[in-house]
Structures are given as C-alpha cells and as structure tokens.
Design a protein around this ligand. Structure first.
Ligand SMILES: Cc1ncc(C[n+]2csc(CCOP(=O)(O)OP(=O)(O)O)c2C)c(N)n1
Length: 691
C-alpha cells in the first residue's frame, strides 16, 4: 500500500530529498532486476548529487554538445546511480527504462554502455578502465584547447570528472594512468574516490592498505580528503578547490559507507553486489525516512530541482554557441577544421601525399612504410594524434616535427626523445611511456571525447598488455588505430618472449575489431587509408620488423584489393587454378616465390593476399567464392602464427603452414628457415595437397 511522503518522509530538506531519490531509484532498480549493485549508489549518491547539480556543465537535451564536461562512472557496477542521474536531470532515459534495468532490449544494461543510454560517455564495468578513459578525455581537452583556443576565445574549456572506487584504484591500469596524468599536469581532471573500504568479497583491510592519499601525492596529484561522505558542504569545498588547482589533477578521497542506511548491510560486502532483499529495502527506506512504497518513487520537488539542469545547460550551450560563432568569424579556418574533426570527417585531399612505393625486390619493412605513410598523412589530418609505449624508434610512429604533447614549462628539461615541433599540449606526439594498458584506456578516452583520431603503437606481442581496453574500443565502436609491429617469429634475436604466435588469432577473435596485416609497402598505404576511413570501429595494423619486397603491381593485382580484405594477387593461366596459395603480411612474399617454382613444374597456381579476414568476411559470397572457388580444394595458407581459424579459408582438403609452438632466439632468417617458412617447404606442402 502506498504511503504519502508527507506522513513518512522525516526530512523536508531538498538536498536529502534529491539524494535519497538517487539512492532509492538505484536500490529499487536493482531489487526489481533481482540483480545489480546497490551498495555504491547508497554511499556515493551525495557526491554525485553535489557534482551533478552544482558543478557539472552539461545539457541533457544535447548530450553531444562538444564543450560539455565529461563524467565517467569508472565503478560501472554502480550503473543505477548513473541511470538515476541521467533520468532525473532530464536526459532521454525514461523511468520505464530504469524499471527495465538489466533487461533484454533496455537502455539500461548491467554496466553503462556508451551509445546505449544518452549521456553515457564511455563503457565501464571492467574496473580501472574508466579511470584511464578519463585521463584520455582530459588529454583530448588539453590538446584541443591548445590547438584551437585563441586569446579571448576559450572555445574548448571543460573539466573531466569521474567517480572511482577501491577496485578502480587497485587495478594496475589506474596506476599507469595516474602516473602519466600527474606527469602531464592534467589540472582539469578531477576524480571523486568513493573511499568506502569495502569491495566485492571483503573489507579492504585484507587487500588494500597503502596510504592512497600519499600514493597520489607521489604521482603529483592534488589530494583532498572529505571525512564524511554525507557532508555536502565539504564535498562542494573540495570540488571548488580541485577546480581552482590548475596544474595538478585532483583526487578527492570521500569517506563513505557502502550500502549507507541499510540497517543490516551497511559497510558489509553483502551490500556490494546483490539486491538488498525486499525486507532490507523496506528497512533502509524507513531508516532514511523514505516512503516504503511505491517503488521508483520520485518526489516532485526533487524532479524539479534536478531538471534545472536543462535550463542551465540550455543557457550554457547557447552562450557557447554564440562564442563559437564569433570565433568562427575571427578564425574561419580553425573553426571549420574543428567542426570537421568533431563530425569525424576527413579533410579534403587528406591523402594527396600518400606515396606510391616503386617495385623493389629488397623492399622495406611494413613498419617503415607505415611511418612514411603516417608522416605523409598527418599534416593534412589534424585530428590524428598518438604515440607509442616507449617504442617510437622501433614502431616508426613518430610524427616528425608535429610537436610533443607535454606540459609547457619546467618539466621540459629532458627533451631526449622529442620529435620536434614544439613542447606543449598542442603537440601531436603522445609519449605514453612503458604503459601499454593505460595507453589502450587513454586511446579510448581520446576517441570517446571526440574531434580526435588516436593511434597507439607497440610490439604485437605487447598487445596482450592492452587487450582489455581494445575489447572495450571494439564494444564501443571507437575509432582507434593500433599500430603493432614486430609481428612474428621473424623479429629474430629477441627470442620467444617477444615473438608473437597466438596474438593474431586472439585479435581476430574480437568482434568489430578490424585486424589488417599488409603484405608490402603499398598494401600498408592502403591499410592506413582503411584505418582512417573506418570510423565505426578500431583497426589494428600488424606490421613487420623485417624488410619485405615491394611487389611490382604491373605484374600483380593492385594493392587496393586490400579494401576487400582478400584478393587474387596473381592467377593461374585461364583463371583455372589447381592449387591456391593464401598468405598475409610477410608471408605473401613467400607464396609469390613459391608460385614461380610451382609454375616451373607446370602446376597452375593462384596466389591470394588475405590481409584482413574481417573485411574479406564482409564481402558478398560471390566475391569470396571468386577469390577462393569452392571447386578448388587444394589450398595452402601460410602465416607465421597459429593456424587456429584458418580452416575456414583452406577447407577440409587444404592445409596450413603456421607456427604451433613458441619461438626462439635466433636471427630472423634462421627462425623462418627452422620453422619451415622456406620456398621449398611451401612448395612441398602445396604439392602434397595435389596427391
Ligand atoms: C577488472 C575487474 N575485475 C573484477 C571485477 C568484478 N568486480 C566488480 S565490483 C568489484 C569490487 C569492487 O569494489 P569497489 O570498487 O570498492 O566497489 P564497491 O564495493 O564500493 O561497490 C569486483 C571485484 C570487475 N568488475 N572488473
């Protein structure tokens, strides 16, 4: 039976009313779904309330307004708190959607997913990722502000906020990202830490006892503590201080109680990840002076107060629009460039300087070709920024003369490794340091921010260190470009620890991640075109350390066949092959040579370059059958990686020359020979298929 608020609710205080609305929308959502995490919203609602009603610059009617503040709920398991905030402040997320939390087809999945509910900036849930995403967003803001703002025209000027939890701070990726954020002096990055000292299965007393404040001070963060997470004035003061601190990122440790208000579960891990239970929900509501019924109760006063966000946002957006219009009159070129980047479009003639590489039997490593292409493109594509995890000389990903993204001022004392062109946030070379995992998370933040197409580079083997954010990039459909070099056992002497074997198969298994392993310099140029033109997903370029011949395209099919994922490089006489050889990347040169030998033995051979399974699989069946005719069962695939997955292209009667064990230390040519990547062996394996 419904009880009117006036007779039960012991408080008339508007703040309490609003905070309890967030708390109990969250609790009721979890209870109805019979699944979810009520503990965090109960404890963290006050800090979320202060941030969202007194500081956050946003416009619920236009969640894509470019200069909005960014908010990340890094502790994504507290998703009902975010959904409650979005609903209450007037985003297009109905109460029915909150009631459908975690249900099929709803806009309120278990953890917040970018693109599903409006206002969700990034997908979170895997702890620590949101922490890294926020750093990327703050880097994007700093870069765009340095590039586009002009005196009197601060058109890029926003904060990045997050709520982070114990779990976020425990994850290694947060340490990497925090270290870099401190070094970079990202003063507009402000994290509220829900310091409740309880995780999923225990108190932090058994796992996490370091001094978090001193840890972040050591990273050169500005650290502030709020002793009582229900003290709104203290939270407001801390946020005001954090915004006034322009040099260092801020961490505000807010002491809260997991499951606040629950008589039997507060401060216990039992409040973390399961519904409170109907009895406990009732007791908690009673304890906090909330009507026990109806569920999903929203007092009108609370709704009206939260909805002030709409008028405020409308005002702020309108002011920004007029500032931007003035800016566009004063700096039309810059304004056009920024708008184009924000829309995710490439500028006209962006590709006019991409080289055509002449045929060359010695050739060049595809990592080298990639570096040349990047440097030909970057001057025309201002949105392209990125860097490597301390591997620039090896990955060839430096954008020469386009500046180093570093804080201006005294930290510029050591300029070893500078790419030239200036030392400031306008620099387009990001130095991630040896931090692959944070690099992946930061790339996601950069891309999610908008107006930036980020790239990140490392050795293919170390893609393993960044798989979690890569998966999220694919899940979100973010336009991120990965440059992975040293792509096989052929990298040689560094040995088995550095020789990728299973990485290609692993990356290819990620839905919506386009993996491209180009065969030569011209395929590499084409791969970069695809990477830049593909806006709705991440692309991983897989490149060699060693030289590969640049094919003579007057003898072989044009490299733009790469756009279709796979193509006939050279055919048998009359287009009637007895045998098909298929390869990717550096092994294409091997099947090209094998073809010569087999032709000399009067065997009708077709050779196929298959740089991208994802693109090839997306082709119509007729095209795929034209490249790999079902009537030709004798097919040999050659790739210096595990054979897993190749049977779909070689079929039951085909074979695969791959690498089914770890590598070893030896010069690259010795490695290839010992592992059977020789023309003779390819021919022998191929001929065996004809018997
Ligand atoms: C990378 C990762 N590992 C494990 C989990 C499962 N998990 C979800 S929440 C949680 C503990 C969270 O504790 P805390 O961050 O303090 O959140 P709170 O208990 O305050 O809600 C764990 C282990 C996860 N979501 N992500």
């Amino acid at each position: 039976m419904s009880t009117p608020l006036s007779t039960v609710c012991s408080t008339s205080d508007l703040d309490d009313l609003c905070i309890n609305t967030l708390r109990f929308l969250s609790v009721d959502g979890v209870q109805k779904a019979d699944s979810g995490h009520p503990g965090l919203p109960l404890g963290a609602a006050p800090m979320a309330y202060v941030l969202w009603t007194r500081f956050l610059k946003h416009y619920p009617s236009n969640p894509a307004w470019p200069d909005r503040d960014r908010f990340v709920l890094s502790a994504g398991h507290g998703s009902m708190l975010l959904y409650s905030l979005l609903h209450m402040t007037g985003y297009d997320l109905s109460l029915e959607q909150l009631e459908q939390f975690r249900q099929w087809g709803s806009k309120t999945p278990g953890h917040p997913e970018r693109g599903v509910a409006p206002g969700v900036e990034t997908t979170t849930g895997p702890l620590g990722q949101g922490f890294g995403n926020g750093v990327g967003m703050a880097m994007a803001e700093a870069h765009l502000a340095a590039r586009y703002n002009r005196a009197g025209f601060e058109i890029i000027d926003h904060f990045t906020y997050a709520i982070v939890s114990d779990g976020d701070l425990m994850e290694g990726v947060a340490s990497e990202a925090a270290s870099l954020a401190g070094h970079l002096q990202l003063g507009k990055l402000i994290y509220l830490y829900d310091d409740n000292r309880v995780t999923l299965s225990a108190g932090t007393g058994i796992t996490f006892t370091e001094n978090r404040a001193r840890r972040f001070e050591a990273y050169d963060w500005h650290v502030h503590t709020v002793d009582d997470g229900n003290d709104l004035a203290a939270i407001e003061r801390a946020l005001t201080d954090a915004r006034a601190e322009t040099r260092r990122p801020s961490l505000i440790l807010v002491h809260t109680h997991l499951g606040y208000g629950s008589p039997n579960k507060q401060d216990s891990f039992t409040a973390h990840g399961s519904p409170l239970g109907e009895d406990e929900v009732r007791l908690t509501k009673q304890n906090l002076g909330w009507p026990t019924e109806p569920a999903f109760y929203i007092p009108e006063a609370a709704r009206l107060h939260f909805r002030e966000a709409i008028a405020r946002g409308e005002r702020e957006e309108a002011q920004w629009n007029s500032r931007f219009a003035e800016y566009a009159r004063a700096f039309p070129e810059l304004a056009r460039e920024l708008q184009q980047a924000t829309r995710g479009e490439l500028p006209a003639a962006w590709d006019k300087d991409i080289p055509i590489f002449p045929p060359d039997a010695k050739g060049m490593a595809t990592r080298v070709a990639s570096g040349k292409v990047m440097n030909a493109v970057a001057p025309h594509v201002p949105a392209l920024i990125g860097g490597s995890a301390d591997l620039d000389p090896s990955t060839h990903t430096a954008l020469q003369g386009l500046g180093d993204f570093e804080p201006p001022g005294e930290s510029a004392h050591d300029r070893q490794g500078s790419e030239g062109g200036g030392w400031s946030f306008a620099g387009r070379n990001l130095h991630f340091g040896v931090r692959e995992h944070a690099m992946g998370a930061i790339l996601n933040g950069l891309a999610a921010h908008g107006a930036i197409v980020p790239f990140g580079a490392t050795f293919l083997i170390f893609s393993d260190y960044m798989r979690p954010p890569m998966r999220l990039a694919a899940l979100m459909g973010l336009h991120v470009i990965y440059v992975f070099t040293h792509d096989s056992i052929a990298l040689g002497e560094d040995g088995s620890t550095h020789q990728p074997v299973e990485q290609l198969a692993g990356l290819r298994s990620v839905p919506r991640l386009n993996v491209i392993r180009p065969a030569d310099a011209n395929e590499t140029a084409m791969a970069w075109r695809v990477a830049l033109e593909t806006c709705d997903r991440p692309v991983a370029l897989i490149l060699t350390r060693q030289d590969v011949p640049t094919l003579d395209r007057s003898q072989f099919a044009a490299a733009d066949g790469l756009r279709r994922g796979g193509y006939v490089l050279a055919d048998a006489p009359g287009g009637r092959p007895q045998l098909i050889l298929i390869a990717t990347g550096s092994e294409v040169a091997l099947i090209v040579a094998a073809r010569e030998q087999l032709r000399a033995r009067n065997i009708a051979v077709r050779i196929v370059s298959l740089p991208s399974w994802a693109l090839f699989d997306a082709q119509p069946q007729a095209y795929r059958d034209a490249v790999l005719p079902p009537s030709v069962g004798a097919r040999l695939a050659v790739e210096a990686g595990v054979s897993q997955g190749w049977h779909r292209y070689v079929g039951d009667r085909g074979d695969m020359l791959g690498v089914e064990r770890f590598g070893a230390s030896a010069p690259g040519n010795v490695m290839l020979r010992e592992y059977g990547f020789t023309v003779d062996n390819v021919c022998a394996r191929a001929v065996a298929l004809l018997r």
